[in-house]
Write a protein that binds this ligand. Structure first.
Ligand code: 13P
Length: 398
């Protein structure tokens, strides 16, 4: 069976998209400063082969002083340099365990690099090649909003509120610190059932942020009925009839946040895949809407998706509901299976896509020269409490 090349029509998958201001007119203007946004012009304009040569040479010079971690959503041009690749959980574990490297070069997004900084040793430096690589879902909850939510909920429920805050790892360090300080915990898509199970046993209800969908999918897996779930919209807190009553009866309060990539997958796409390819296996990420997860055959983290397809027999067919770089890579790795993305025009995760080889070459060559660029460093107090929540997660999921 041959593998169909998977195409995306999304403009963001074009190489030039992440290296800003490269059209001739703006380039001429920017020549004056010799920098393009946050990357020197020299690197922004470098050809792929030259970048590869420089990255390889810098890595050879640095040797064991640097380890490169790559999230599964990174493009091939980056993932090929990763010493370790993984889902968010696996990369957090590696960051916590590999204490010997002086530099952890994190090819992922900001919240992952923050977690690595919190879990790594004080002597280690975590570098995010492009500081603009964030996560739009993580940005859907900030500390002021979470504190306001906490006040509203505890105000309604009184001393007996019994709320355990659980933050998805896709969140800023100060939200993890909030959870650490309030008896809560961090979870990832791979350990959410275990973590939420623990949280339910600690209190009366869970406040889950920032992903409404992972929270709902996990709570349903645990057996919580929909009537005991309340959606909290930080832009419009509990602005509906009988909010107080619903909160009182709630087992889980779901923050209204989402991943725009995973929101693209639909039940209709799954139905079409089943008509077009009878017997197909459908596998999706738990950031998808509940109806999509329910209509799929399997769901789980990026690592889980890779493993399931790897273990499947030759000739099996897979429709996958997650980010396109990963789907491409799995399809290329298994030419004996038929693998395609559920959404024919899905975009790459646009923020993950901001890590380009030009940034890698730039920060690695600076390291060789003894200069640390784009370090992600969480302040001590935030790191202390965030570590409590992250280490609690690592212990619970071990
Ligand atoms: P995983 O932990 O499954 O890799 O998911 C990370 C993520 O950000 C998905 O959007």
């Amino acid at each position: 069976m041959t593998t169909t090349a998977i195409q995306t029509e999304c403009a963001e998958s074009q190489e030039t998209r992440i290296l800003p201001l490269l059209n001739p007119r703006t380039r001429a203007r920017r020549d004056v400063s010799k920098r393009i946004d946050n990357i020197p012009l020299l690197y922004a304009e470098m050809e792929g082969e030259e970048l590869d040569r420089r990255i390889t040479a810098a890595r050879e010079t640095l040797g064991d002083r640097v380890i490169v971690l790559g999230h599964h959503y990174q493009r091939d041009e980056i993932i090929r340099y990763a010493d370790y690749r993984g889902d968010s959980y696996k990369l957090a574990q590696i960051a916590a365990a590999r204490k010997e490297a002086e530099y952890i070069l994190f090819c992922g997004v900001h919240f992952m690099a923050e977690s690595a900084d919190i879990l790594s040793g004080a002597h280690q430096k975590v570098i995010l090649p492009n500081p603009a690589a964030g996560c739009s879902m993580a940005d859907m909850a900030n500390i002021a909003e979470v504190e306001e939510c906490w006040e509203i909920l505890t105000g309604m429920l009184g001393d007996d509120a019994g709320i355990i805050p659980v933050t998805y790892i896709n969140s800023a360090a100060n939200l993890k610190a909030f959870c650490g300080e309030h008896g809560g915990v961090v979870c990832t898509s791979s350990n959410a059932p275990k973590i939420v199970d623990w949280a339910f046993k600690q209190g009366k209800r869970v406040l889950f942020f920032p992903d409404e969908h992972l929270g709902r999918n996990t709570a349903l897996h645990y057996g919580v009925p929909s009537e005991q779930m309340v959606v909290y919209d930080p832009k419009n807190p509990l602005d509906f009839d009988d909010a107080e009553e619903q909160i009182e009866h709630s087992r889980i309060i779901l923050w209204k946040g989402y991943c725009s990539t995973h929101m693209r997958f639909s039940v209709e796409q799954i139905a079409k895949a089943r008509v077009d390819y009878p017997g197909i296996n459908v596998i999706v990420h738990p950031e998808c809407r509940h109806e999509v997860v329910e209509a799929a055959d399997y769901y789980g983290s990026t690592e889980y998706i890779i493993q399931q397809i790897e273990q499947a027999p030759a000739g099996s067919q897979w429709a996958v509901g997650t980010e396109i770089n990963l789907v491409h890579r799995i399809a290329q790795a298994h030419p004996d299976k038929f693998i395609f993305c559920l959404d024919p025009i899905v975009c790459p995760c646009s923020t993950m896509y901001r890590i380009h080889p030009a940034y890698l070459a730039w920060v690695l060559e600076a390291m060789v020269d003894g200069e640390v660029l784009n370090q992600v460093s969480v302040d001590d107090e935030t790191a202390y409490w965030a570590r409590v929540a992250l280490e609690r997660m690592l212990t619970l999921s071990a």
